[in-house]
Design a protein around this ligand. Structure first.
Ligand code: ARG
Length: 434
């Protein structure tokens, strides 16, 4: 029954909501100015030292606050719960918490994007293979790849901001489900809480947890993005790739194998995605088929929300710190991108410029590559006078194309890997961050 171990975390929000409700009762003429003053003084004193709040065997944070006010102020404390219910109160408390927590997470997602932008700028011209199907595909730059992780995080920050806005509606005044007969003014209460507005339907106000789902969905998508970045970091730090080394701070050894240097931080961040998705599924499942209005099942909402937040916030910070601390190895990346096979599309596109239909150009280059492969050779082994024999449409000009730097520079399409495109992408990320 008791939810205090979980919802005591909402103490500050419960005191804020209680103060706003005291104002509502005062506005309705149910508390005089002196009574309002005495209650506010007590609430302020409790708010000033939340860690010293005298919890004792209370069912939940709401009963605890009412108990303490009544113990300290007698019948005046006992007036506070008029026209409100724990149903509108708990929804208000959690909304206040989510509003701030979502905004703080958005800030952390932006901080992570900012680290990626810094590292991308540093490596704007560092050649690296771009992958599809985890097979080397075409040369790009490390800056291009890192920015491909920054943009999703900026979108996450936007989603988290919208989750904050979604929470920014006050349910206070809805009472148990049907408001009250006391003539309270929910819009004034909402303004007192610094919230954007009040509920429009009191039954909805106490049963709606969409704002919690919005936060959990935004956290889940952010965690999924973080897991993809983490996976790249894990691959880069493997001996197979060798593109990066984690700093000592972000790697751990093995308890058995003396040589190990594991990218644990990235693995932990990757693992959090499973947990956070679990929190979303947990709450959405509780809500499915739940009758209106408040049902005690809703008590499960807070654990899911707190757990997702507590998993994501440190994961964002740790991954930002890990990416900041990575030592990249441009020579290893250049070696991985040096296979001339990565430039076959460039050759086909040059034939397209000469008027060859793309499908024919594709087949011609594929034929040459296959033939060389059968001979145990690559495009890099072809002698200058051999090109025309391989295919009459080819010539020595192909050799100029077998250069990853040139390939990257030639991809001048906006959004691509050329230096000018990377500069524009960086400017866009930085503008979002300002
Ligand atoms: N502890 C409850 C919760 O977390 C507060 C609301 C209880 N309301 C009720 N009518 N029992 O949801």
């Amino acid at each position: 029954m008791d939810s205090l171990p979980v919802d005591r975390r909402l103490l500050v929000q419960d005191l804020r909501a209680t103060a706003a409700h005291v104002d509502a009762l005062h506005r309705a003429g149910l508390l005089d100015t002196t009574e309002r003053q005495r209650l506010m003084q007590e609430i302020e004193a409790l708010s000033a030292a939340p860690e010293a709040f005298p919890f004792e065997g209370d069912e939940d944070v709401h009963s605890a606050v009412e108990r303490v006010l009544t113990e300290r102020l007698g019948p005046l404390g006992a007036k506070v719960h008029a026209g409100r219910s724990r149903n509108d109160l708990v929804a208000t408390d959690l909304r206040l918490w989510v509003k701030d927590a979502a905004a703080a997470l958005a800030g952390k997602a932006r901080a992570m994007a900012s680290v990626l932008a810094d590292r991308a700028e540093e490596h704007a011209g560092t050649i690296v293979p771009g992958y599809t199907h985890l097979q080397r595909a075409q040369p790009v730059t490390l800056g291009h790849h890192l920015l491909a992780h920054a943009f999703p995080l900026l979108r996450d920050a936007g989603r988290l901001d919208r989750a904050s806005e979604s929470a920014d509606v006050s349910p206070l005044g809805a009472g148990a489900l049907a408001t009250s007969t006391l003539g309270l003014d929910p819009a004034a209460t909402a303004a007192g809480l610094g919230m954007a507005g009040a509920f429009e339907n009191s039954i909805d106000a106490v049963s709606d947890r969409d704002f919690a789902l919005d936060l959990l969905a935004a956290c889940t998508i952010t965690a999924v993005h973080l897991s993809r970045l983490a996976e790249d970091a894990v691959l880069w730090c493997s001996q197979e790739f060798g593109f990066a080394t984690p700093s000592d701070e972000h790697a751990t050894g093995s308890s058995m194998m003396p040589h190990k240097r594991n990218p644990d931080v990235a693995e932990l961040a990757r693992g959090k995605a499973g947990r956070i998705l679990g929190d979303l599924v947990r709450l959405v499942t509780v809500l499915k088929g739940l009758p209106l209005a408040y049902d005690r099942d809703l008590q499960e909402d807070k654990e899911a929300v707190f757990d997702a937040h507590d998993a994501l916030a440190p994961a964002l910070e740790a991954m930002a710190s890990m990416i900041r601390g990575l030592t990249f190895h441009p020579e290893r990346m250049a070696a991985a991108a040096s296979d001339p096979a990565l430039l076959t599309t460039d050759i086909a596109e040059r034939l397209v410029r000469d008027g060859v239909p793309f499908r024919e150009a594709h087949a011609a280059v594929a034929g040459v590559v296959k033939r060389l492969e059968d001979e145990g050779r690559t495009l890099g082994d072809v002698k200058p006078d051999e090109w025309a024999d391989l295919d009459p449409r080819l010539g020595q000009w192909v050799e100029d194309l077998l250069d990853p730097e040139r390939s990257v520079a030639a991809r001048t399409t906006p959004g691509g890997p050329s230096a000018a495109s990377i500069e524009a992408q960086l400017a866009s990320v930085r503008a979002h961050l300002r």
